[in-house]
Design a protein around this ligand. Structure first.
Ligand code: DLZ
Length: 151
């Protein structure tokens, strides 16, 4: 269960400490993303902890704190659904730009598992839930572990 074009990453997480930093909006989809990330990290043998933040806007600052406190990598998970106001763009851009900046400034890997969606169904299709076509939480976790091995 993976997205079109996504690689089959062989990852060994032995000895790697990973913090899942997960937003709290859109609970059902978030639960799927977190479970997928955990499945992939457990399968790779990584050591896993989890921190919940209120919304995707708060992901970057808490990801940075997790890396400064000893995590070898972060998996950042969020769900942002387009509404009738420009808020979607503000939150999406803040999360994406902020996480990019944290990864580059700290030199540490962040797996990017923030879904930006037009509606809830798109999230259900991607969240590794029963009947989902894709498992974006697992993909983000595998990418984080693969990047640890490159740095
Ligand atoms: C305010 C807001 C809105 C409208 N939508 C979402 C969303 O779809 N997904 C999400 O993760 N967070 C959303 N937020 C909350 C912001 O990320 C943030 O938590 C608040 O603006 C408080 O700083």
């Amino acid at each position: 269960m993976s997205g079109a074009g996504s690689p089959e990453l062989e990852v060994d997480g032995t000895g790697i400490r990973v913090t899942i930093v997960a937003a709290s909006w859109h609970e059902q989809i978030m639960d799927g993303l977190i479970a997928g990330a955990r499945r992939a990290l457990d399968a790779a043998g990584a050591s896993v902890s989890e921190v919940r933040v209120p919304g995707s806007f708060e992901l970057p600052i808490v990801a940075k704190a997790a890396l400064e406190r000893g995590a070898d990598a972060v998996v950042a998970l969020g769900v942002i659904i387009r509404g009738g106001t420009p808020h979607f763009d503000f939150v999406s851009n803040a999360a994406t730009d902020g996480l990019t900046r944290v990864a580059i400034d700290t030199g540490m890997p962040i797996g990017f598992g923030v879904l930006t969606l037009d509606d809830e169904q798109q999230g259900i299709d991607r969240a590794g839930l029963p009947g989902s076509k894709e498992d974006k939480g697992a993909e983000a976790a595998q990418a984080a572990l693969a990047t640890v091995q490159l740095l």
